[in-house]
Write a protein that binds this ligand. Structure first.
Ligand SMILES: [Cu+2]
Length: 147
């Protein structure tokens, strides 16, 4: 019986020793950790954001486009757009102009546009659509519609 008691006491002492060792290590870890955490965690969240800024610059998928009529010319003279795009012409000249398909079956057939007037057409078919100004046959331009 005394041997068993002695063994139990030794085991208890060992356990206490292990717990004390563990606690002292934990304390020393506590002393080390705050320096490490403040040094590591502060500089990381500084610059993260600019990966999404490339979205607005990709203008190839825009669904509306503008062509201005200025100095007896369409600008841009040739414009490439995707199917479904609505193009709006705006007359910025003092003279009257039209937006008229070379093909008599259309699709472009505007009235005479005065200064500041606009004309819009949505293109649902792939192809090249040449047009001109009725009063000024030297004014020529084209819309290219792609998928
Ligand atoms: Cu004209």
């Amino acid at each position: 019986m005394q041997k068993k008691l002695a063994v139990v006491v030794i085991i208890l002492l060992l356990i206490i020793a292990v717990v004390l060792l563990y606690n002292s290590r934990g304390k020393s870890n506590v002393f080390v950790l705050p320096q490490a955490s403040t040094a590591v965690s502060s500089p990381s969240p500084v610059t993260v954001a600019p990966s999404s800024t490339s979205l607005p610059s990709s203008s190839s998928s825009t669904q509306t486009s503008q062509v201005s009529i200025k100095n007896f010319a369409y600008s841009p003279a040739t414009i490439t757009v995707k199917v479904g795009t609505t193009i709006t012409w705006k007359n910025e000249d003092s003279a009257l102009h039209t937006v008229t398909s070379d093909d008599t079956s259309g699709p472009l057939d505007s009235d005479q546009l005065a200064t500041g007037d606009t004309y819009s057409e949505t293109f649902y078919t792939v192809g090249q659509f040449s047009y001109h100004c009725d009063p000024h046959s030297n004014m020529k331009a084209a819309i290219i519609v792609t998928n």
